[in-house]
Design a protein around this ligand. Structure first.
Ligand code: GDP
Length: 182
């Protein structure tokens, strides 16, 4: 079964996004307190694919040792997952591109792991500000990448972007099925 992994800085809105995508409010608990999602959670969607909830990264106040441990944990995951189709890196649409996110995307690229970007909390910006922020983000990416990854603009509180993400995953799964049949 194909897997899609969701990851981002803690407090980026990952639990809320997963709740929106799975439409089951009780599945991933949201919290105002960063760092609650500690281990990997798997959600099977329509018997067709796995949504993999990876722990958030980039807490300000953790020791070097636990940062190292976390990195090992994440790299182990990415090195071992045969079924992983794509990762989604979540970024708060209000923020300028953050080194930690860009470095993580770099890591994915270097390891041949396809990824998309999910901009979260779009309800917090006016439409023209959304466009500006996304444009700035893309400009930053184009400094190191030849091509832009697929990206999605979402708001879990306003239910924006749900179909965009799910349709992308469905289309990708169909492509995989078609390739298998060839
Ligand atoms: P996680 O740590 O990445 O899992 O983030 P959470 O889903 O727990 O969200 C962190 C905080 O951001 C919570 O206070 C949420 O209510 C808030 N939040 C998450 N998504 C949205 C959104 O789309 N819009 C707004 N306005 N707030 C959000």
């Amino acid at each position: 079964i194909p897997e899609y992994a969701f990851i981002g800085r803690s407090n980026v809105g990952k639990s809320s996004l997963i709740n929106m995508l799975t439409d089951r409010k009780s599945l991933a608990k949201t919290s105002g307190r960063p760092g609650k999602t500690q281990l990997i959670n798997h959600f099977i969607i329509n018997d067709e694919w796995y949504l993999v909830d990876l722990p958030g990264y980039g807490y300000a106040r953790v020791s070097k040792t636990s940062k190292k441990k976390f990195q090992k944990f994440i790299t182990n995951y990415f090195e071992q997952r045969q079924q992983l189709v794509s990762a989604f890196v979540l970024v708060d649409i209000r923020h300028k591109p953050q080194t930690i996110d860009l470095e993580f995307m770099q890591y994915l690229g270097e390891n041949g792991i396809p990824f998309g970007i999910i901009f979260t909390k779009a309800d917090k910006l006016k439409p023209n500000a959304i466009d500006n922020h996304v444009e700035d983000y893309c400009k930053e990416l184009l400094k190191t990448w030849e091509e832009l990854p697929p990206y999605f603009i979402t708001s879990s509180s306003k239910k924006i972007g749900q179909d965009d993400v799910l349709n992308f995953i469905d289309a990708t799964n169909e492509e995989i099925e078609a390739l298998k049949k060839e």
